[in-house]
Write a protein that binds this ligand. Structure first.
Ligand code: ATP
Length: 300
């Protein structure tokens, strides 16, 4: 998945709000078609980083290139190629769902290309985000989760090449969450949309992301697939079993192979087998605790 061209390139990004230095030295490259999850504790600077990449916030220092342009100077054509789902916005209460999406979608028509017809067909889009039953409802009458689905629809109505999603599944019920995951898979798989999203749900990150980036202490402290991160920091898998009335525990980086060999050697004598794989959660907690324990100067 890392073979596509670089669509997002960040080097030495810094951001301060007054004396509060939030981003200290962020370096990141994202390739076309990647789904990248940005993780980090509350206040780590994820939204700030996203807002800079989206061109909504001016950075203090560093080089940022998004779809070949500096987002601080992105023109309308550039903006039409970028989709944004913010944490929350509460406008357009009087509009009906279909009417609002058609109105917003019309803006993108002139930005169609030979490869990408803009906007998304509104009926198809409404179905894709699961709002068909509410298509003629006024926005202010939607529930929180339905509103979040609409936020996602607004973000993708122009068929963006690059999509930023800030906590897209916050407040969604399990069914809506699953549908959203399918939609992300569809956007990345069929439309090759590059997706950068933030979440606090590690299972979601594990499920959706080709690559996970952990931001804490103003820097990226880990970058890799869920499995790579789990193993690199949390360590090895743990295999437990009993044999002849005795309990055994073995730590191994290759639990599948180990279990295979165990059964080859001892067959039916093996009982109570359990495999605990190194988890992303272990890694995440360990990294975030380490950074939180460091004095700010040490992290610089
Ligand atoms: N407009 C602003 N003015 C001043 N400080 C701000 C502003 N926006 C964010 N901050 C501060 O910057 C830091 C990072 O905030 P940000 O919202 O980027 O974090 P986050 O990682 O998205 O957090 P969360 O997971 O809680 O959404 C916090 O200390 C916050 O108080």
């Amino acid at each position: 998945m890392r073979s596509g061209q670089v669509v997002l390139d960040v080097e030495g990004l810094r951001m301060s709000y007054g004396t509060n230095e939030v981003l200290r030295d962020v370096n990141l490259q994202v390739r076309q078609g990647e789904v990248l999850c940005l993780l980090g504790p509350n206040g780590a600077g994820k939204t700030t980083a996203l807002e800079i990449l989206e061109g909504f916030r001016t950075r203090s220092a560093g080089r940022v290139e998004v779809l070949g342009a500096d987002p601080a100077h992105g023109d309308e054509r550039w903006r039409a190629r970028v989709g944004v789902v913010l944490q929350s916005w509460r406008d357009h209460g009087n509009w009906r769902v279909r009417e609002l999406l058609a109105q917003l979608g019309a803006y993108y028509t002139c930005y169609s290309t030979e490869e990408i017809e803009r906007p998304w067909d509104i009926g198809e889009l409404i179905a894709a985000v699961g709002l068909t039953a509410q298509a003629e409802h006024r926005v202010r009458t939607l529930s929180g989760g339905q509103r979040r689905r609409l936020d996602v629809a607004v973000g993708i109505v122009g068929r963006p090449e690059l999509l930023f999603l800030d906590e897209p599944t916050a407040g969604l019920d399990p069914v809506a969450r699953r549908e959203f995951h399918d939609l992300v898979d569809q956007l990345a798989g069929e439309q090759h949309t590059t997706i950068l999203l933030t979440t606090h749900d590690l299972h979601e990150a594990q499920k959706l992301a080709d690559r996970i980036v952990i931001l804490t202490g103003g820097r990226i402290v880990a970058d890799g697939t869920a499995r790579e991160l789990a193993q690199r920091i949390a360590g090895e898998d743990e295999v437990r079993w009993s044999q002849g009335g005795e309990r055994f525990v073995k730590s191994t980086p290759e639990s599948t192979r180990f279990v295979h060999e165990l059964f080859q050697r001892h067959g039916e004598a093996i009982a109570d087998l359990e495999v605990r794989r190194a988890s992303l959660e272990d890694t995440y907690l360990s990294l975030v605790r380490t950074t939180a324990a460091e004095p700010a100067e040490a992290a610089r």
